[in-house]
Design a binder for this molecule. Structure first.
Ligand code: PLP
Length: 500
């Protein structure tokens, strides 16, 4: 009595697999159908979940429908609905059917292709897909396997990993010249708009935090890094006996979408012999459209370039493309060759072993996902996806400009609009007012935006990119923002968030 049926336990029975995965697919499809019913930003208080779920793991199995019921009742309230059409926060994680199918295949095959022999097609498909992507973006052939100049691409999970790996490669190559004691002299350059991931990565590879330069930008350069400011920062460091190591430029910064001038920065980087990385995590996907490709001018001067298809390329989390001109510098820094991984193809250096291009040993079959997305949609639809988001952002920008109480703080970049309520009189605390406006919108549950500070101004970021967003959502959200502004400006006391 009560004994567990161990002898019949088959966790990968194909018939059960069909039945249960069908239940999950139906569940997710209903979720997408009903998604507008849920508050976009979760409204729970910290610690809510421990009051709802048992504090012990079950001993006996539970049916899938019970688990799905609990997900709806207990997990959903704690979800911020990133796939909601009214999600305008951060940068999106835009899901798609093809992205999901690719993820399912990746997960269903569940191989671990750390080196070529561990599953040859995983490496070979990844190299092919990275070349496909590189050609779609018109990257120089020096970044492609097919370019025959030693370059190539790899899939990571995040930009942070890509930056850590390229920084490690740059560090080791510099230390081989100046000696390992020289690590305290190495300096990393970026702008005050660069994503914090670069500063974190510098710390992770042992660069002293005091050797990270967040070079100030201003409205005069549209918040882009200027080559002169980089040059003078490098000169000042050299005068102190320090060694410039790495410069990161961005296409589409996180706060406002600023674009650094790659060509001019690349010339400075090349002149000082520093590793030049381009972070295009969000906006890089737009490079497949000819009208955005000019932002990439100068990419040929870079040592490495990365972008996240999981942000704006209909590829479900997670997926970061990294191209390097000299993968051998990555391999020199990241290679490990224990006996148990040795094999003829690797020993003969006939193959790429991606374990030496990344941090971890194990790796997912992400190439399958990206390959399915590109094949299923084709460049035509992928371009249309980018263009329709940009068109909606343009429309939103026009709506903001038409309301005299508001201002667009920096001109729209890609599908990102930064705006605020203008100060109403001299000395008005516009930051406080805009903070309240943001909270009023987000706590309504009808839309979710995030914030940035630009030249000391608190601004609201309206980033379009969720796959389900249509013009009607953008227009309804603008009406919501206006209504919340009315509440604050006319009879603020009736709006609860006024007192927050
Ligand atoms: N770079 C930029 C420009 C970003 O916008 C982001 C995240 O939004 C990142 C890097 C960080 O990316 P990841 O989370 O993949 O490390």
């Amino acid at each position: 009595m009560g004994s567990f049926p161990v002898e019949t336990f088959q966790p990968l029975d194909p018939d059960v697999f069909v039945k249960e995965s069908q239940a999950v697919v139906d569940f997710i499809a209903n979720y997408y159908r009903d998604i507008e019913r849920y508050p976009v930003r979760s409204q729970v208080e910290p610690g809510y979940l421990s009051k709802r779920v048992p504090d012990q793991a079950p001993i006996f199995p539970q049916p899938v429908h019970t688990i799905l019921d609990d997900i709806r009742d207990d997990i959903f309230p704690g979800l911020t609905h990133w796939q909601s059409p009214n999600f305008y926060a951060y940068f999106q994680a835009n899901a798609s059917t093809a992205g999901f199918l690719g993820e399912m295949l990746c997960s269903g095959l569940n191989i671990v292709g750390f080196n070529w022999i561990a599953s040859p097609v995983a490496t070979e498909l990844e190299s092919i897909v990275m070349d496909w992507m590189g050609k779609m973006l018109k990257l120089p052939s020096s970044f492609l396997f097919s370019g025959g100049q030693g370059g190539g691409g790899v899939l990571h999970g995040s930009t942070c990993e890509a930056v850590v790996c390229t920084l490690a490669a740059a560090r080791d190559s510099a230390l081989s010249k100046i000696g390992s004691d020289g690590i305290t002299k190495l300096v990393v350059y970026a702008s005050d708009q660069t994503h914090s991931t670069v500063q974190k990565a510098s710390k992770l590879v042992g660069i002293p935090p005091s050797n990270f330069r967040a070079i100030p930008t201003s409205a005069a350069s549209d918040y882009a890094l200027t080559p002169d400011s980089v040059r003078s920062s490098m000169e000042a460091d050299i005068a102190k006996g320090l060694v410039p190591l790495y410069l990161c430029a961005t296409i589409g910064t996180t706060a406002i979408g600023a674009v650094d001038p790659l060509l001019d920065l690349g010339k400075v980087a090349n002149e000082y012999g520093v590793w030049f990385h381009i972070d295009a995590a969000y906006a890089g996907s737009s490079g497949i459209c000819p009208e955005f490709r000019h932002y990439f001018d100068g990419v040929e001067l870079a040592d490495s370039f990365s972008l996240n298809p999981h942000k704006w390329f209909l590829t479900n989390m997670d997926c970061c493309c990294l191209w390097v001109k000299s993968p051998s510098s990555l391999v020199d820094s990241l290679c490990s060759n224990p006996e148990y991984l040795r094999n003829k193809a690797s020993d003969a250096k006939m193959v790429v072993d991606y374990k030496d291009w990344q941090i971890a040993l194990s790796r997912r079959f992400r190439a399958m996902k990206l390959w399915v997305v590109i094949r299923r949609y084709g460049m035509a639809n992928l371009m249309e996806h980018i263009r329709s988001d940009v068109a909606m952002a343009k429309h939103f920008e026009r709506l903001v400009a038409m309301d005299r109480r508001f201002e667009v703080v920096v001109p729209r970049k890609f599908a990102l609009v930064c705006f605020r309520l203008k100060p109403r009189f001299q000395g008005d605390d516009a930051s406080k007012l805009n903070r309240r406006l943001l909270e009023a919108v987000n706590s309504s549950g009808q839309a979710f935006m995030t914030r940035a500070v630009v030249a000391g101004m608190f601004v609201l970021r309206f980033a379009i990119g969720a796959t389900l967003t249509e013009m009607r959502h953008v227009e309804a959200t603008w009406k919501l923002i206006q209504a919340k502004a009315d509440g604050l400006l006319l009879n603020g006391s009736s709006d609860k968030s006024f007192f927050l």
